[in-house]
Design a protein around this ligand. Structure first.
Ligand SMILES: NC(=O)c1ccc[n+]([C@@H]2O[C@H](COP(=O)([O-])OP(=O)(O)OC[C@H]3O[C@@H](n4cnc5c(N)ncnc54)[C@H](O)[C@@H]3O)[C@@H](O)[C@H]2O)c1
Length: 439
């Protein structure tokens, strides 16, 4: 293919070299004439393992051209990768001046081109940038239409400096955010030989997931370092601890606990967080991230409260009371907390939880309900159908498929369903639907 790469920093230079190595004709564009001259001379503009040899090889192949002209690069290629920098402004916001200026020039160049062209933004861009800012700029300056005269995609880049050539050939996956289906063929042609799944999604999802990949990496490093600071204060080897933690691929290094839903609770997580934070306090160890976990969990519970308050409805039915589906354990259940707050604010509640009902009958939870939450125990009902028919707003706190199926069948359009657990099949609901933090 004939490909242009705009911005020849770490991402652009590595992409240019790897694409040329794969046999494509690649035109590199940068406003920095030093970078153009270095590449022209077969030298890498970035310090990166393997780049000196690779750049020398591809420069000698004759497949690499360099120019400072956006128009020339667009005219000579069918596909462009945009890899210009997107640094921070002093206030933390993303500085998009380079990508905006370049996009204006790309629009002007597209105006002069008759063939359909694909533009793939690879710079990290805050969610919404491509659809709300860059596509309108391209359409304005080209006087053409996205999806008709040209196509725009966003493909997050996952390479790491220091191992970027290796990462180019073995990415975790290829994510392509599309605004039209046309460029799928291009992605297949360019990336299907890599040992990585190609996943198509919308552009905002691709922009957002790139941010949260980086933030997750930052969070993991901070977690390991906070664990280590605490370990040092109690004379435990943090390397041994972290190694063991990472050996658990079922619960720790896995997708477990990585699904948006309601606040956590139960008999272990809150109390253990409190104990570790207490030890940190005793030993004068600062672990701000771990200290913020319980307050953040509380903020999440408040979101549910706010959504209920915003509905203006007063008769509430709870499906579930225990801290997670399939258990009768009510200790530190966030649903108990939510119910208590609502009772305090004068809402009328009915609560149905099959596991808790059974344990109340056989006595397992009887003592806890009678002594710790008698005001809630008295609101529990065994008549699920009655709860569904008499509640104005139904809070789904457990994801039992049979209960959800009955809810879907019996819901009425004047009711509101507040979903805390991401119920399946909700398209079948007659009631209005709100997720705790999704639409
Ligand atoms: N560096 C990484 O490891 C990495 C990894 C993944 C994603 N990213 C993202 O990729 C983007 C690029 O990162 P980088 O580290 O390669 O940046 P960089 O600063 O090393 O390079 C950016 C290049 O863009 C050039 N440029 C600026 N305006 C231009 C224009 N109008 N036309 C042509 N070239 C122009 C600059 O001269 C510079 O050479 C950023 O959004 C970054 O967040 C970087």
């Amino acid at each position: 293919m004939d490909i242009s790469v705009f911005g020849l920093g770490y991402v652009g230079a590595v992409s240019l070299a790897c694409l040329a190595k794969e046999g494509h004709n690649v035109t590199g564009v940068d406003i920095d004439s030093t970078k153009l001259a270095l590449l022209q001379a077969g030298k890498s503009p970035v310090i990166e393992t393997g780049m000196p040899e690779l750049v020398q090889e591809v420069a000698a192949s004759g497949r690499v051209k360099l120019t400072g002209s956006t128009q020339e690069a667009i005219a000579q290629t069918q596909l462009s990768f945009v890899c210009v920098g997107t640094p921070s402004q002093p206030n933390g916001n993303q500085d998009q001046s380079a990508v905006v200026r370049l996009t204006e020039q790309l629009g002007e160049a597209l105006k002069l081109k008759n063939d359909r062209h694909t533009i793939v933004f690879r710079s990290t861009l805050v969610p919404g940038t491509v659809m709300n800012t860059l596509i309108p700029i391209l359409e304005k300056f080209s006087k053409k239409t996205n999806g008709v005269d040209f196509d725009v995609c966003f493909q997050p880049e996952f390479l790491r400096e220091g191992s970027s050539i290796k990462d180019y050939y073995k990415p975790p996956f290829t994510v392509a955010g599309l605004s039209s289906n046309e460029p799928k063929a291009v992605f297949e042609q360019l990336f299907s030989s890599l040992p990585a799944e190609i996943i198509y999604t919308d552009i905002a999802t691709a922009e957002t997931m790139k941010y949260f990949c980086n933030i997750f990496h930052a969070l993991k490093i901070t977690f390991a370092n906070e664990v280590a600071r605490l370990c040092e204060s109690i004379q435990v080897d943090p390397h041994a601890v972290m190694e063991l933690i990472c050996k658990d691929r079922q619960l720790n290094i896995s997708s477990a606990y990585m699904k948006p839903g309601f606040s956590f609770g139960g008999s272990c997580l809150p109390k253990d967080l409190r104990a570790i934070n207490y030890i940190a306090k005793q030993n004068d160890v600062d672990i701000p991230m771990l200290k913020a976990v319980l307050p953040s969990n509380r903020v999440h519970l408040d979101c549910a409260l706010q959504k209920i308050a915003q509905s203006g409805l007063k008769k509430i039915g709870f499906i579930g009371l225990s801290f997670k589906t399939g258990t009768d354990d009510l200790r530190e259940s966030p649903l108990v907390d939510l119910a208590e707050k609502l009772i305090g604010k004068g809402y009328t509640l009915k609560i149905y939880d099959p596991e808790v009902n059974i344990s109340t009958l056989i006595g397992a939870n009887k003592h806890f309900i009678e002594t710790s939450i008698p005001h809630i125990g008295s609101l529990m009902t065994a008549d699920y159908e009655n709860l569904l028919s008499t509640s104005e707003i139904i809070v789904v706190g457990i994801s039992d498929p049979d209960l959800v199926a009955t809810l879907i069948k019996s819901s009425r359009k004047e009711q509101i369903i507040l979903d805390l657990v991401n119920i399946k099949g909700r398209d079948g609901l007659s009631a209005s639907y709100i997720g705790i933090c999704w639409k």
